[in-house]
Design a protein around this ligand. Structure first.
Ligand code: NAD
Length: 514
């Protein structure tokens, strides 16, 4: 535990005697109190009580953070690769040492269970570890004697001030997907985290400072649309990474690119898991339950629809149903809990609404999480299962983002594939089968960016890149891994000749290589 980071308990206790902790910005290496006069409540989803009030930045406060990042850029981009790598190793160590403290903040504000929160930080650490290899990752190419006496080489340089706008569901990991490669490449960074669970970003800022990152290289501004629009329109922001829902991702991409910025905007998802009749049904049921209800379904890679092909339907539904009563729902800090609450009361109610609309539109409600939710004011919904869903139903068309799994039954593999390919989203998908040929055909034909074969949540490891297709990603580069390095750098090619009186002459012709 670093001395700079107050324990989550201290934060929850607040400093003003109200029990509500103020959460401020982080600009130029220090906490900066908001001056806009606007705040947003932060809740503990397990109790339903307000634990914090986060400042919402004004345009002027966003500008202050961007100016700090702009100021820091010139010297940060000049820091040697060796020194940057050394710093990233130190950051990696500090994040690792403070893993539990970060995870506790995630539990307190997001609601996920502690083991899941620890897993989130571990997956984020993978990206920091990848970024530690920045000297190798930024190596260019060299062609000696491309023309007589002329050498050509390529280099990659940072783009400048980069902004990251992140969703509520991974308050530590998704920012790490962005800031770790961005600063490793020599950029400076302004993070606008979700206003629903902002504290992990503040602890991250403290850890980065403790590691020795110069002030201004990493800044945090909290806020809503006002702050986001200020970043989108700011002339000194060169690039913008976004992760969130599809309508906002589309808006960010269109507005950011219109303002001349490089943008990668990852959107929502509706992930299908196909189960063929030859699959190991017990394995598929374990996978479906884990992937649908882990983190209360608030994962962009959660399985939302199981597509049972042919005879797989009845045994699969029976095996899923059998597992549901064994899932313990409760406060994320209770080691017995396997699934926590949803992030807000409004979101819980919206998710529960899909059980009513599903029933009204003809689905069978095999498990209604309202009946099994823990008592109290927490934002709980128990595990819920809808059978016989169809493409017309709201529960199929919408990204539910909660613990509601739908089962759709189809006769053939081709019908299952068509569902995936006709769906507007294309984030992740999976197939469960023992047939290697079917699996290979599936990975060849399916329209999605991340594919699992007997793996329900195929989140790529840190040295590959993460991203969906269709309405799940706007922009060209996926996040982290090699594509992340590409996104946070600009290519430059240098053609070089050194004075040689023997070959020097005036030549107005088109530059030749022979
Ligand atoms: P969201 O789109 O509501 O918010 C994301 C960010 O955008 C937040 O920082 C928020 O403050 C900001 N924002 C919200 N409304 C805005 C507006 N009108 N104008 C400008 N900015 C605005 O998403 P969320 O509810 O925080 O997160 C859940 C969503 O994120 C789901 O759709 C999920 O699938 C998606 N997600 C996608 C991925 C992925 O990798 N594709 C990963 C995680 C989450």
């Amino acid at each position: 535990m670093t001395e700079l980071a107050p324990a989550p308990g201290e934060r929850a206790a607040g400093t003003d005697g109200t029990g509500i902790a103020p959460i401020h910005h982080w600009i130029d290496g220090a906490i900066v109190e908001g001056t806009s006069g606007r705040t947003s409540p932060v809740f503990n989803p397990a109790t339903g009580g307000q634990s914090g009030a986060v400042d919402l930045a004004s345009v002027a406060e966003v500008d202050r953070a961007v100016q700090s990042a702009k100021q820091a850029f010139a010297s940060w981009r000049s820091v040697s690769l060796a020194r940057r790598a050394e710093l990233l190793f130190r950051i990696r160590e500090l994040v690792h040492q403070n893993k539990q403290e970060i995870a506790k903040l995630l539990v307190a504000e997001h609601g996920k269970v502690l083991s899941d929160a620890m897993g989130e930080v571990t997956r984020g650490l993978e990206v920091i570890e990848f970024a530690c290899g920045i000297p190798t990752l930024l190596k260019g190419e060299f062609s000696e004697q491309a023309s007589t006496g002329v050498d050509v080489y390529s280099i990659r340089q940072p783009v400048g001030v980069v902004a990251g706008i992140t969703p509520f569901n991974f308050p530590a990991m998704v920012p790490m997907w962005m800031w770790a490669p961005a600063i490793a490449c020599g950029n400076t960074f302004v993070l606008k985290p979700s206003e629903k669970d902002p504290s992990a970003s503040m602890l991250t800022a403290e850890l980065l400072k403790e590691a020795g990152l110069p002030d201004g290289v990493f800044n945090v501004v909290h806020g809503d649309k006002v702050a986001v629009d200020a970043l989108l329109e700011h002339p000194d922001v060169a690039a913008l990474s976004f992760v969130g829902s599809t309508p906002i991702a589309r808006y960010i991409y269109e507005t950011g690119t219109r303002h001349g910025k490089r943008v990668q905007a990852l959107g929502g998802a509706k992930n299908h898991m196909i189960v063929l009749p030859d699959a190991d049904i017990e394995m598929a049921a374990d996978a479906a339950v884990s992937a649908a209800y882990g983190s209360a379904g608030e994962r962009c890679m959660a399985v939302s629809v199981v597509v049972a092909v042919g005879d797989a339907g009845d045994p699969l539904v029976a095996a899923i149903k059998e597992r549901l009563p064994k899932i313990t729902v409760g406060d994320g800090m209770d080691p017995a809990s396997e699934m926590g609450p949803l992030v807000t009361r409004e979101h819980r109610d919206k998710v529960a609404g899909y059980l009513d609309s599903g029933a009204a539109q003809g689905a069978k409600v095999l498990a209604d999480g309202r009946e099994t939710a823990p008592a109290g004011d927490g934002f709980f919904l128990g595990v819920s299962l809808l059978d016989d869903i169809t493409v017309e139903m709201d529960a199929y068309r919408d990204e539910i983002f909660g613990p509601v799994l739908g089962v759709m039954r189809v006769d053939t593999y081709d019908e299952a594939l068509k569902l995936i390919n006709d769906n507007p989203y294309g984030n992740g998908t999976a197939i469960f089968t023992r047939d290697g040929g079917a699996a290979r055909a599936f990975q060849f034909d399916c329209q999605a960016g991340m594919v699992g074969v007997n793996v329900p949540i195929p989140v790529p490891v840190g040295y590959y890149s993460f991203g969906g297709w269709k309405d799940s990603l706007f922009g060209d580069n996926h996040m982290y891994g090699p594509e992340g390095i590409n996104f946070y750098t600009k290519g430059k090619v240098v053609t070089e000749r050194w004075p040689d009186p023997g070959t020097s002459k005036v030549d107005l012709g088109f530059p030749r290589t022979r």
